[in-house]
Design a binder for this molecule. Structure first.
Ligand code: FES
Ligand SMILES: [Fe+2]
Length: 366
């Protein structure tokens, strides 16, 4: 068993449905975004997951709220997902609710104006002429791709083109590997605070109850960050040795591979809802012969342990204040190099990573 940890009490008794509900619930009595300095962090740019592929069938429309915006996502007859601002240019109906797919276009529920994937109105069924302002594509264009059975969009506050492509993993489509086992959380904190967790070497012992500090190898490379750790994992068969390789691709995509214990690939989507809220999704796949055979319990324990660690972190993240100048000691991991690395995703900070030239304050913040 892992050592009892400080957040034990917060999570005590949470199991099954109650635990799943706690993972996505609102937090009561937490301080405002301003008190927690969250309004000082812009939304990072990058590829972000907005849905699993199997959550969007051909002809389906989904309302979304990410990046501080109301959005409508749909899948056209050609199988392609498309996403535009949710509010109709005509009289402002939210097209995610009651909107329909017509061919590859999105039809507004109010007066049936039709939109293409660029947000241009292509048809007004009862008018001879489409108003020119409506016929123009939207300023914000969403690049969209499907990879690892996930739908990802490229967010950039100044609408710049994608600067990299997301990573893809063959195991996800390998018939010898399991279908995804999925988990999700809404964390009441910004992407940066969560991403920092991976380099925070000291917290593993205190909040996750590992017996020692893990020995890390870190690498920061352009928009990617990787680490590998020799780790001891708690399993029903006691503590076992293994290797954890971990990587992030921009701020929104991350993966973890375990070897030596029960082989596991976890593909995560980390998507900002607004400046102080983040949607986290974990999808696990494992070799079927391990996940469904006599090793099944061990494979399951691996998944449960990863989720348990996220639950423990969430207790802190939900109320954590962003400290722009933290006090750091020698036993901490490379937290300051990490922050420098992460600042590259803040377009509003420009190249020096210090000056906030233009910062979006989310309307739902507070
Ligand atoms: S509000 Fe959308 S068509 Fe009128
Ligand atoms: Fe953690």
């Amino acid at each position: 068993m892992a050592e009892p940890v400080a957040v034990w009490k917060e999570l005590e008794g949470l199991r099954g449905d109650a635990l799943n509900e706690w993972r996505v619930s609102d937090v009561r009595n937490n301080a405002s975004y301003e008190e927690r300095n969250l309004h000082t962090l812009p939304l990072p740019f990058g590829w972000f997951m907005v849905a699993y592929s199997d959550e969007l069938e051909v002809g389906q429309v989904k309302p979304l709220y990410y990046f501080g915006q109301d959005l409508a996502l749909w899948r056209g007859e050609d199988g392609q997902p498309r996403m535009i601002e949710a509010f109709c240019k005509h009289l402002g109906a939210h097209m995610g609710y009651g909107g329909r797919v017509s061919g590859n276009a999105l039809e507004c529920p109010f007066h049936a104006w039709e939109y293409d994937g660029q947000g241009a109105v292509t048809k007004v069924p009862y008018a001879k002429k489409i108003p020119p302002s409506a016929a123009r594509p939207c300023k914000q264009q969403w690049h969209i791709t499907e990879v690892n059975k996930q739908i990802l969009v490229w967010y950039h506050p100044f609408n710049e083109e994608p600067k990299w492509q997301p990573d893809s993993f063959d195991q996800v489509h390998d018939p010898d590997w399991t279908e995804y086992d999925k988990y999700e959380w809404i964390v009441h904190g910004p992407v940066q605070n969560m991403a920092e967790n991976g380099v925070d070497a000291a917290h593993f012992k205190y909040i996750h109850g590992t017996k020692s500090f893990p020995e890390y190898d870190f690498e920061f490379d352009g928009h990617k960050r990787t680490a590998s750790v020799d780790a001891k994992m708690q399993t029903p068969k006691g503590e076992v040795d293994g290797t954890i390789a971990y990587g992030t691709v921009g701020p929104g995509q991350s993966w973890t591979k375990f070897t030596g214990i029960s082989e596991t690939l976890m593909v995560a989507g980390i998507t900002p809802i607004d400046q102080g809220k983040t949607h986290i999704r974990f999808a696990f796949t494992q070799p079927k012969k391990e996940a469904e055979g006599p090793m099944a319990n061990l494979a399951k324990a691996m998944r449960r342990e990863i989720c348990r660690q996220l639950d423990q972190d969430k207790v802190v993240w939900d109320r954590q204040k962003y400290k722009p100048k933290p006090s750091i000691c020698d036993g901490d991991g490379p937290i300051l190099p990490f922050r420098k690395f992460f600042a590259q995703f803040y377009a509003e900070w420009g190249d020096d990573g210090k000056n906030i030239t233009k910062l979006k304050i989310d309307k739902k913040a507070g």
